[in-house]
Design a protein around this ligand. Structure first.
Ligand code: SF4
Ligand code: SF4
Length: 435
């Protein structure tokens, strides 16, 4: 695609990066075919090619965003299905991130919108704040009809109760006494995940420890920064990015780290992108690159590095029919697909991929809260496709998808690492207690 940035504009590293991305796009529109919002809404501007035009126009002309542009950019899920489809290697992720930052800088959203987004950006990335809100909304649920439709729906998405933690909170989870660790990793326990589903982190720690891997969980690390990043709140996101980079890099230098494990694919995608985000920052460039290089999704790490000790199953052992939901951030963001499926297959159960599995379930970070109508339609389609398989349970590698899909079906859903933990000597997951 021909671009028209001035020499002055190109001095800005973000404009330079976007120009390189835009030049790769040949307008073919193949990406529209796999875009969930284009499929649903049928509007060119609700597909990747249309959004690329909108972003190019804003950036080149350095013009402020307007209501129309914001509407179509906000409807993008950041699912990156378009990136998997694009034959020209257009990095839509970096382009839309730049577009969102430009919107945040140049557009004044309506009051209600600003309040909602400010609220989400202050509450979700802070586990303490999020816990408080969950407790508060429990009392508001019976009278939620007094609020606006959006707030009412947000309240209804909050859980009624929070699960108890079974592992004590520690900075270092050592392996059994007298044994030498085979590796040392840091675990990102996540902001929302540690509150909603602490069992995912507990299963990860147990599983890694059982296989001789020491696990560090620096307590100062809360959010990976992606919640604010996707809201276009660059300053707040950068605070999280920089804090995390400094803490993990310090740990890497002082005590050694073989990997940084993410068990939420949305966060893993962002961690792997720290290198790009800080490419022009003299102070953080080298450190951010190291953090991205060390980052592995838990399924990727187990598949690449660990010979898992699966418990021998006897012939009469029940074999479950499992549906695997490939989170967008896993399959499109990190290009990890085969590894979790292979791991589950090793448990001896039957695993099935969901038809139209490349399409998003509508979770997408805060999307199901901000774009509730589209998210609901995507969820309905996802559940319809899951039910075609008629599985006994569903598994995936992203807390957002677990929360979203569980709002649409009674079929139990759990994180893949919980299954692997169970089949290598851990407890049966709570989600499967009735099976
Ligand atoms: S990221 Fe997803 S929703 Fe956004 S344009 Fe690409 S395919 Fe469409
Ligand atoms: S598939 Fe790639 S090259 Fe074609 S329009 Fe979409 S982004 Fe551009």
């Amino acid at each position: 695609m021909k671009t028209n940035f001035s020499e002055e504009q190109i001095k800005d590293p973000d404009n330079k990066a976007s120009e390189n991305i835009l030049r790769k796009c040949v307008h073919c529109g193949f990406c529209n075919a796999t875009c969930p919002t284009y499929k649903l809404l049928g509007d060119e501007l609700d597909g990747p090619r249309g959004r690329i035009y909108l972003i190019q126009d804003m950036l080149e002309k350095n013009k402020p965003a307007n209501e129309k542009i914001v509407k179509h950019i906000d409807r993008c899920l950041s699912c990156y299905s378009c990136m998997t489809t694009c034959p020209s290697g257009v990095n839509y992720m970096h382009l839309i991130d730049h577009g969102r930052n430009h919107i945040e800088k140049t557009y004044k959203r309506p009051f209600k919108d600003r309040i909602t987004r400010a609220f989400l950006s202050k509450v979700l990335p802070k586990p303490f704040n999020f816990k408080l809100i969950v407790i508060l909304t429990k009392f508001l649920k019976p009278i939620r009809f007094i609020f606006s439709k959006k707030i009412n729906e947000m309240i209804s998405l909050m859980p009624d109760r929070l699960p108890k933690q079974s592992l004590p909170k520690m900075k270092l989870y050592k392996i059994k006494k007298g044994k030498k660790p085979v590796a040392r990793v840091a675990l990102l326990t996540g902001c929302v995940q540690r509150v909603l589903s602490p069992q995912i982190n507990e299963a990860t720690i147990r599983l890694l420890n059982r296989h001789g891997i020491e696990v560090v969980v620096p307590k100062e690390i809360e959010c990976c920064g992606s919640l604010n990043h996707h809201l276009g709140k660059k300053i707040l996101a950068n605070e999280s990015f920089k804090k995390n980079i400094l803490i993990w890099y310090d740990e890497y230098i002082k005590n050694g780290l073989d990997a940084i494990i993410s068990n939420t694919s949305g966060c893993g995608t962002t961690l792997k992108d720290y290198e790009f985000m800080f490419r022009s920052d003299k102070e953080f460039k080298k450190k951010a690159k190291k953090i991205s290089e060390l980052t592995r999704d838990v399924a990727e790490y187990l598949d690449e590095n660990i010979k898992l000790n699966f418990i021998k199953q006897n012939k009469n052992q029940k074999k479950y029919k499992i549906a695997y939901h490939s989170a967008c951030s896993m399959q499109h963001g990190q290009k990890i697909h085969k590894q979790p499926i292979d791991l589950i297959r090793k448990t001896g159960n039957q695993i099935f991929e969901i038809p139209d599995g490349h399409l998003c379930c509508g979770s997408a970070g805060t999307y199901n809260l901000l774009q509730n109508n589209i998210a609901k339609k995507l969820l309905k389609d996802k559940v319809f496709n899951i039910e075609k398989i008629n599985p006994e349970f569903i598994t995936t590698g992203n807390i957002g998808c677990i929360t979203q899909i569980s709002n649409g079906t009674k079929i139990p859903i759990l994180h893949t690492v919980e299954i692997i933990d169970w089949y290598t000597g851990g407890p049966k997951p709570e989600a499967l207690k009735d099976l």
